[in-house]
Design a binder for this molecule. Structure first.
Ligand SMILES: Cc1cc2nc3c(=O)[nH]c(=O)nc-3n(C[C@H](O)[C@H](O)[C@H](O)COP(=O)(O)OP(=O)(O)OC[C@H]3O[C@@H](n4cnc5c(N)ncnc54)[C@H](O)[C@@H]3O)c2cc1C
Length: 469
């Protein structure tokens, strides 16, 4: 009997069958395919780990009717992948690219290591509309301003048409004896359920490729038309909710783009495509600045007198600042692993400016609690809000949580949904319960807006004084 050497497809943030260039290329070799994931523990990302657990389950379930399964290994990829290749005699490895600095480094090392041993590793695009090094100024430099970036990206075109899902897959059936230790596909799901924290996530989300397509359809049919008008109002079902599906690769921007441009007359089309552009832009920023999560992109902020305020940080994390819109957002995040974009901006601004706490604390909390956490979007947006990043909102421009609340949640419906203690207040009172004499069980504001504003501006003036002096 002739045993055909398999090819390995290593799935990371690309748990889908359709528009999966690595899988398609692997199938084109005609060799049996071994579908694997390597659990390389990422500390501190708890909600993301829950999503990963469910993504593994749903992807495995999608492979079963085709006659195969997902093999999940545990350990550092740099050890595990070569061991899988050696044990199966695989003749090639395929993966879709990732762009975070650690991931890139690992992949580069693995490619070189495998090549040396005679096994080529092939990598493919798919997670973005444009690879993060391709949209450049005429001088070949990365863009620092989104408007110019997006104009250049649109001029380049977004031509890559999405690939169809394979109808058949010939799966490899390796002998488990020689393989590195595997983990049962449902193990992470069980581990996360045992924390007792994931009930809200389970209620809010159904990870997987089918659910991503359903979310896209619902958005296109009901919400795209009014997207530009409604997207800033957190109580309205107005945005796509696609961010975690994009983050985990259940759907690609190319698939979304194809579906969106098929509705050329929808009023919200350009605005929605530009939001996908922000996601690409964030990755191009992280690609150009690998220390985005640790370093102020504007170095003058290195001397900022951030406050160490454990209690303030804790109140913010738990949605107990006394500012209802901020608290509603932080509670939505804690319960569902997601927060509306407008409220992310208000809550982030509150931490950095009203509490004068280093944006990196907020970035870390979001990394811990977001199901759509990605280092590029999170890092870039935190630095944008803090005024420390590329094309950032200036530090002295502070979002007033009360004004934001009255403007974007005028009836208080969003606040009522997440801060039930305030549900009995009138539409006018709910934004500032302290003006109505307070509500039992709900905290008084932990800072007074005007005083916090003065404190932040004084810190900023001192910083400028140092820079000029
Ligand atoms: C402080 C802060 C932290 C953030 N952290 C993350 C993060 O870790 N991961 C993440 O995916 N988004 C992050 N965002 C961006 C944005 O809030 C979410 O992408 C958006 O709320 C997701 O909801 P949606 O899918 O309904 O968005 P829609 O309005 O439907 O937008 C469609 C898609 O465009 C992309 N997008 C929209 N806005 C942005 C933006 N400002 N930056 C980058 N991409 C965008 C997302 O992929 C989103 O799914 C952050 C924003 C802020 C202010």
């Amino acid at each position: 009997m002739i045993v055909t050497a398999p090819v390995v497809v290593w799935f990371r943030h690309d748990f889908r069958l359709a528009d999966n260039a690595a899988l398609t290329a692997a199938l084109e070799t005609g060799a049996p395919v071994l579908c694997i994931h390597i659990l390389d523990d990422a500390a501190g990302q708890v909600a993301a780990r829950w999503w990963l657990g469910r993504a593994l389950e749903s992807f495995d379930a999608a492979l079963r009717p085709l006659g195969g399964r997902l093999h999940v290994f545990h350990g550092p990829a740099i050890r595990v992948l070569p061991a899988v290749v050696a044990a199966t005699g695989a003749r090639a490895v395929f993966w879709n690219r990732r762009y975070d600095p650690e991931g890139r480094e690992t992949d580069t090392r693995l490619k070189a290591m495998l090549k040396e041993r005679g096994t080529p590793a092939h990598s493919f695009a798919g997670a973005l509309l444009h690879e993060p090094w391709t949209v450049r100024t005429r001088m070949g430099q990365p863009y620092h301003v989104f408007g110019a970036y997006w104009r250049a990206a649109c001029q380049m075109g977004h031509e890559r048409p999405p690939l169809p899902a394979p109808e058949r897959i010939a799966f490899a059936t390796p002998d488990p004896a020689g393989l590195p230790p595997t983990v049962e596909v449902g193990a992470i799901g069980r581990e996360m359920r045992a924390t007792g924290w994931t009930a809200g996530l389970e209620e809010a989300w159904m990870p997987g490729e089918a659910a991503a397509q359903e979310a896209l359809e619902q958005f296109l049919d009901g919400l795209l038309e009014d997207y530009a008008r409604d997207r800033d109002f957190p109580a309205r079902p107005a945005t796509s909710g696609l961010s975690p599906f994009l983050c985990w690769g259940h759907i690609t921007p190319a698939q979304i783009r194809q579906a969106v441009v098929a509705r050329p007359h929808a009023a919200g089309l350009a605005k929605f495509m530009a939001e996908l552009g922000w996601r690409d832009f964030a990755w191009s920023v992280l690609f150009a600045c690998p220390d985005l999560l640790s370093r102020n992109l504007r170095p003058e902020f290195d001397a900022m007198a951030w406050r160490r305020d454990r209690e303030g940080l804790r109140a913010w994390q738990r949605g107990r600042t006394g500012y209802p819109l901020v608290d509603a957002g932080m509670r939505q995040l804690w319960r569902t692993g997601w927060m509306h974009n407008r409220v992310r901006m208000v809550a982030a601004s509150f931490l950095v400016k009203h509490l004068l706490i280093d944006w990196r604390e907020g970035e870390r909390w979001f990394a811990h609690t977001l199901v759509d956490y990605d280092p590029a979007s999170n890092g870039m947006n935190w630095q944008w809000v803090a005024g420390t990043g590329v094309e950032a909102a200036p530090f002295f421009r502070m979002m007033n949580p009360l004004i934001q609340s009255r403007k974007f949640d005028p009836s208080g419906a969003y606040i009522r949904a997440w801060v039930p203690e305030l549900a009995g207040l009138s539409d006018a009172q709910i934004h500032a319960p302290w003006l109505a004499g307070g509500v039992a069980g709900y905290p008084a504001p932990i800072v007074v807006h005007e005083a916090a504003r003065e404190r932040a501006l004084a810190a900023w003036r001192a910083l400028r004084g140092q820079a000029e002096g």
